[in-house]
Design a protein around this ligand. Structure first.
Ligand SMILES: Cc1cc2nc3c(=O)[nH]c(=O)nc-3n(C[C@H](O)[C@H](O)[C@H](O)COP(=O)(O)OP(=O)(O)OC[C@H]3O[C@@H](n4cnc5c(N)ncnc54)[C@H](O)[C@@H]3O)c2cc1C
Length: 437
């Protein structure tokens, strides 16, 4: 059985890794010059680290199990992490039970309401009900308006930008389950992890294992057409060539699927509303002194041009980043945001003004370099009744499958869900992909 996988991001490669354990042969097509998609690496001059920030949580059981399966367990490192809030021009830690009790922006009553929302949210099992109410309405209903404005709203803005009011309560439910369980119950302190060398280590290992199994992984290869072959199977067109496969699995975002496959193969929105994606504009700054003690700083300040501050070097030892500190400043934006029409220099100047306002003690002498990263299709927006508008894994053709992040209905966008999604797919379709085993 010959299987083609379109997309050499984490989904495509994890899928290829699992399929390569069967008798099937796999070929992965990646349009970019390097593997990894949104989780790819970047050369920051004197060291290589993730283009966008990535962290592993102790609750990421599927991801941790994959890392062990790849033989990278000894490269997985866990560190104590801190979360901060910037409210009323002040920084507050929100990293332990003590911080929670002392958090000045919320009164004791607000804190009780907040604790109730987290406890109540973590006990909910019926996603469908949460899909019918907006996250804002649900949070205000369970925890009150003040708790929403002072605590939840900055966190939602950091994750979803201005679109946060349009998503359903599923978003915060999955977030509560994933993030608040990251605190170890014994110490009630957060711990987060990363693989030594960043995600490059993971992609390098995946690629090496795939090649050892006889699979092919090709970069700089843009798939332009996916069509059904009248005698069965699927044809994939790329770079002036057409190649036949018994089965093809598509893993890239839905706008690409629309472009490369015809309606005969897959009807993406089934005549309903289309899945909308948020993009991210993210400045990374390399400095010669630490910028922030927090891994995540949530910002409750509409004047700041980005939606959060991610202090990667608060987790990763600076020996891994050539003795320098790396901090990311992301902003999640819709596809019609005016930031997309700005040049990198213009965006850098806007973001740097925000950095100056937050960290006035930071001067040009502390900044080694700055890098502006942009990705147009990142986070599928989990709007009301989202599960009704996503494409199914199976399509109009039994040899063509769609396996991508738009299909996450019980989770936010993260790599643990990628691994779990691949495992579910393999459970359902392994026999069809590799009938001999
Ligand atoms: C700012 C940011 C922070 C994040 N933080 C975390 C985190 O802390 N923890 C975590 O677990 N996850 C995090 N994530 C999410 C994580 O990056 C994603 O879960 C993961 O990268 C999704 O992988 P994917 O393969 O599904 O999609 P993608 O990475 O989008 O991969 C799709 C691939 O398809 C390729 N492609 C597109 N069109 C074609 C074509 N026509 N032909 C061939 N190839 C094509 C693309 O180039 C791309 O490589 C973060 C993401 C971002 C953007």
């Amino acid at each position: 059985m010959k299987i083609g996988i379109v997309g050499g991001g984490f989904m495509g490669l994890v899928l290829a890794h699992e399929i390569s354990k069967t008798d099937a042969t796999v070929k992965v097509f990646e349009s970019d010059s390097q593997l990894g998609g949104l989780a790819t690496h970047y050369d920051y001059g004197s060291f290589i680290w993730d283009k966008y920030y990535h962290v592993i949580l102790p609750t990421d059981e599927h991801l941790v199990s994959l890392i062990k399966d790849l033989g990278l367990e000894d490269q997985l490192q866990w560190r104590r992490s801190m979360t901060g809030y910037y409210v009323n021009k002040q920084f507050y830690s929100f990293s332990s039970s003590k911080d929670f009790l002392l958090f000045p922006p919320l009164s004791i009553i607000d804190k009780m309401k907040l604790a109730f929302t987290i406890f109540y949210g973590s006990k909910i099992n019926d996603r469908k009900k949460l899909e019918r109410i907006t996250v804002k309405d649900w949070l205000i209903k369970t925890g009150g308006k003040r708790t929403y404005e002072k605590f939840w709203s900055p966190l939602l803005i950091a994750k979803l930008g201005e679109s946060h009011e349009r998503v359903s309560a599923v978003f915060i439910w999955t977030y509560i389950k994933r993030l608040f369980q990251a605190r170890s119950s014994a110490a009630q302190k957060e711990h987060m992890g990363f693989v030594k060398g960043g995600y490059k280590t993971v992609f390098d290992r995946l690629e090496k294992l795939l090649i050892q199994k006889g699979s092919k992984v090709i970069t700089k290869t843009n798939v332009t057409d996916i069509t059904e072959n009248p005698s069965g199977g699927i044809d994939v067109a790329y770079e002036g060539t057409k190649e036949h496969f018994d089965k093809v699995i598509f893993t890239a975002p839905l706008n690409i699927l629309e472009k490369v496959s015809g309606p005969n193969l897959v009807s993406i929105s089934n005549g309903k509303q289309a899945v909308e994606y948020l993009g991210v504009i993210c400045m990374a700054i390399i400095t010669n002194k630490p910028m922030t003690p927090y891994y995540v700083l949530n910002l409750a300040d509409k004047e700041v041009p980005f939606t959060g501050v991610i202090g990667m070097s608060s987790l990763v030892d600076i020996e891994q980043t050539d003795g320098k500190y790396i901090t990311y400043f992301p902003k999640y934006v819709t596809s019609n945001h005016n930031y997309w029409s700005k040049s990198d220099d213009e965006l850098t100047s806007i973001f740097m003004n925000g950095v100056q306002a937050l960290y006035p003690d930071f001067g040009a002498e502390h900044i080694v370099s700055s890098h502006m990263h942009k990705a147009f299709k990142v986070q599928p927006l989990q709007v009301l009744n989202y599960s009704d508008i996503i494409p199914k894994t199976t399509t109009n053709n039994p040899d063509f499958f769609v396996v991508n992040t738009s299909q996450f209905v019980n989770d936010t966008l993260n790599n643990n869900s990628v691994v779990s999604h691949v495992k579910d797919f393999m459970k359902d379709f392994k026999k069809e992909l590799a009938p001999t085993k």
